[in-house]
Design a protein around this ligand. Structure first.
Ligand code: 5GP
Length: 190
């Protein structure tokens, strides 16, 4: 079996097709472009899961934008659960003081990671700070997060694709889907 065939063969169900995602990203980009018209915008994204969304969204926004990237790791959790303890692996490369900042996130689950990030970025004194997430799983929220732009609200399922991984794989899927149950036990087991 080729690598490509096995990649897709691990997927049990496609939740969001490539076309659905791309249409939503265009709509979000248009909305953000209208809301921030006349103001330069700084997009701050969190590696690695938000990479495809950031790349597509920035090109859907018809405004001058700056981008910056952070990388955080949450530790103490498992492959499918976040712990809320966040360590910054890569910080912003430039000051965001007095800038309009939009956080670009792949998914909000418990909200613990973003809650930490929002408090951290607020401490850098941006002129404004808003949140855009492609996916939202409100069923599992542990902390309240004011989300300004949401792509899709999805049920409480662990999803992969379009940046989202399981064991660092499946990020390159163009769609968002759910893996077959046996895949989770295989990777978790070794
Ligand atoms: P939270 O702190 O909101 O619980 O989780 C945030 C992070 O957990 C996300 O940025 C993502 O990396 C990971 N995560 C949460 N839910 C999922 C999911 O369904 N699939 C994948 N692949 N990662 C998830």
């Amino acid at each position: 079996m080729s690598e490509d065939a096995s990649l897709h063969a691990d997927v049990a169900e496609i939740l969001l097709t490539e076309d659905e995602i791309q249409a939503k990203v265009r709509a979000l980009g248009a909305q953000i472009g209208a809301d921030y018209a006349g103001r330069p915008l700084t997009l701050v994204s969190v590696l690695k899961g938000s990479l495809p969304f950031m790349a597509d969204l920035m090109r859907a926004i018809e405004l001058p934008v700056r981008i910056d990237l952070m990388e955080v790791s949450s530790y103490g959790g498992s492959a499918t659960e976040s712990s809320g303890l966040v360590r910054i692996l890569k910080d912003l490369s430039a000051s965001i003081a007095d800038e309009d900042v939009l956080i670009v996130e792949d998914i909000i689950d418990t909200g613990l990671t973003l809650n930490y990030l929002v408090r951290y970025l607020r401490g850098k004194a941006p002129a404004s700070l808003r949140i855009c997430t492609l996916l939202d799983k409100p069923a599992r929220r542990l902390v309240e997060i004011p989300v300004d732009y949401t792509g899709f609200t999805i049920p409480d399922q662990f999803v992969v694709g379009y940046g989202l991984d399981y064991g660092e794989l499946y990020r390159n899927l163009r769609y968002v889907g759910v893996l077959k149950p046996e895949v989770y036990s295989e990777v978790a087991g070794g």
